[in-house]
Design a protein around this ligand. Structure first.
Ligand code: SF4
Length: 319
């Protein structure tokens, strides 16, 4: 099976608190997953689960404490470093925060073209910009000379996607890309990711708290809880027949958007979240309706259950 990107045993430890009460949190704890070419893969979970930290490490915004991110895709002519710069692009949660209100939107496109040397003349640059904007249902004429305030949030998110496409990336990392977009426009943005996958073969790492859009748009999903992957498999396996008690709970109550743990923000945890991170054994033991004695002392390993990967002692006899 061909893999585009592989995350292997990734771990990230932060030290939080003041000098007097320092505490070490393993925000991402030995997680592994891969993304295939032309696949939409979701990292999902509630606030503070480690999904955004994982994405930040893949993007190079953050260093891993240990583990590896491996580009295993094609495009052999390009070395690893070039691939990571051009081959991965990001789309952020707040489309208005992405663009400076005092700067014409087209400047961002020309800047990217200049940085990556993507066109030899202004005319070629405009043609490239126009081609990418048409992929998201807009054109160069729609944005020439305009400022961010002249667009809706949905339009700006489309523009962000078009800008990300300038370098012909193989992977787009989308961090809660529709959580700040009008509900009526969400599906049109989400459908764009499907279009990019189906027509251009672009893969998407979809970071979200929203299981409904994840189910609609994604091929596979990993549910994270306090830095660990609780359950991973196809969206059908994980969301239609959840095995892990946490996934079952998540399905029953969709959490709010991850506003406390934004892409650029520092890690801040509530006391309850911090306690769960520091828990011996299964980190979900304090809330799990099916908790057993072993859960309080021993972290559960991964078990394969009907094709999905589930980290829960309930399935110790599954194999
Ligand atoms: Fe619940 Fe135990 Fe499974 Fe953790 S390992 S989810 S506490 S049953």
């Amino acid at each position: 099976m061909e893999k585009l990107l592989e995350v292997k045993n990734l771990t990230k430890t932060f030290t939080l608190g003041s000098v007097l009460s320092r505490v070490k949190i393993t925000a991402v704890d030995n997680i592994s997953f891969y993304i295939k070419p032309a696949e939409i893969f979701a990292l999902a979970g509630e606030s503070g689960c480690g999904k955004t930290t994982t994405a930040r490490i893949i993007m190079g915004f953050e260093h891993a404490t240990s583990g590896a991110i491996i580009h295993s895709g094609k495009k052999e002519a390009k070395n690893e470093k070039v691939w990571f710069t051009e081959g991965i692009q990001a789309i952020f949660q707040d489309p208005f925060g992405t663009f400076n209100p005092l700067r014409q939107v087209e400047r961002y496109f020309f800047e990217t073209i200049e940085n990556y040397k993507l066109a030899k003349s202004k005319r070629a640059a405009v043609e490239r910009i126009d081609a990418k904007l048409r992929l998201v249902g807009l054109s160069y004429e729609d944005l020439a000379g305009k400022y961010p305030s002249e667009f809706s949030g949905g339009q700006l998110q489309r523009i962000s996607i078009a800008r990300a496409l300038l370098t012909d990336p193989q992977l787009i990392i989308a961090d809660e890309p529709v959580s700040m977009v009008d509900a009526s426009l969400r599906m049109s943005i989400v459908n764009l990711f499907k279009k990019l996958r189906d027509e251009l073969g672009v893969s998407v790492l979809y970071i979200t708290h929203d299981l409904a859009t994840a189910y609609y748009v994604c091929d596979r999903i990993a549910i994270m809880f306090r830095g660990k992957i609780a359950e991973m498999g196809t969206v059908e396996q994980v969301l239609m027949a959840p095995k892990h008690p946490y996934t079952q709970l998540l399905r029953a109550s969709i959490p709010e958007a991850d506003t406390a743990h934004r892409w650029q923000g520092e890690i801040r945890l509530t006391d309850a979240e911090e306690e769960e991170y520091l828990r011996q054994g299964c980190r979900f033991a304090g809330r799990c309706p099916r908790v057993m004695d072993i859960c309080r002392t021993t972290p559960p390993p991964d078990f394969e259950v009907e094709g999905a990967q589930v980290a829960c002692h309930l399935y110790a006899d599954a194999g």
